[in-house]
Design a protein. Sequence first.
Length: 268
Amino acid sequence: MTHPTDPAPARVTTERRGALLLMGLDRPDKRNAFDTAMLLELATALTQIEDDDELRCGVLFAHGSMFTGGLDLGEVAPQIAAGTFAMPTELVDPWGVQGRTRTKPLVVAVQGKCLTLGIELLLAADLRIAAQDATFAQIEIQRGIFPFGGATLRFPQVAGWGNAMRYLLTGDEFGAAEAYRLGLVQEVVETGRELERATELAGRIAAQAPLGVKATLASARQATEGGAHFQAAAQQLGPEITRLFGTADAQEGLHSFFERREAKFTGR
């Protein structure tokens, strides 16, 4: 039995392997859904990579049968609706829309279901490896809201406008082969090998010249994310999701989620 004064269990595990830091989402009993603690723990782990000169690359994976069910709406949604949650500016933002910018590479291994915020984690990373059983869905639209972790900014860049809108505007699920076609993942491997392959690629990256790697990332990011339009859109994500959470449709979306039924939207 857990004593009331005991610290809460970690939501993100960390393991150093030479120049790599392996970070594991570890809330499998809750579908690895992100609550506030998990958001901050992942940001802290990425900040550790940034601040440690011996660490050259990060590897992100998930414990359990699925990558993530996305955001823990019951815990986080009220804070977002009230506009009271923000990533601390001293921490690296895993989604790259607020807070510190990540300057060292990140490789992600994904298996099982990867929903909403999980896809946005992939889009903000540098290399993505998927297991054959991986499935993906950006389902915010089915909850009366919109993706606010960067999918609207990066998915069209990665997949092209029509390909991105096909899934952003429907919330439909797609598999690993489609994710590869879209450019969301770079390799699809046998289920169970995704972390091994991601770690192998991270090791190859870590063996290169650190300053050259950081300069490459910075140059590519400046070309794709450095424009005024991208920055303006990123700054509007927070205010817009707060506005949407205040609508009747968003409330209907949340109720339908918890009641496990199809939502009936009215446009209000």
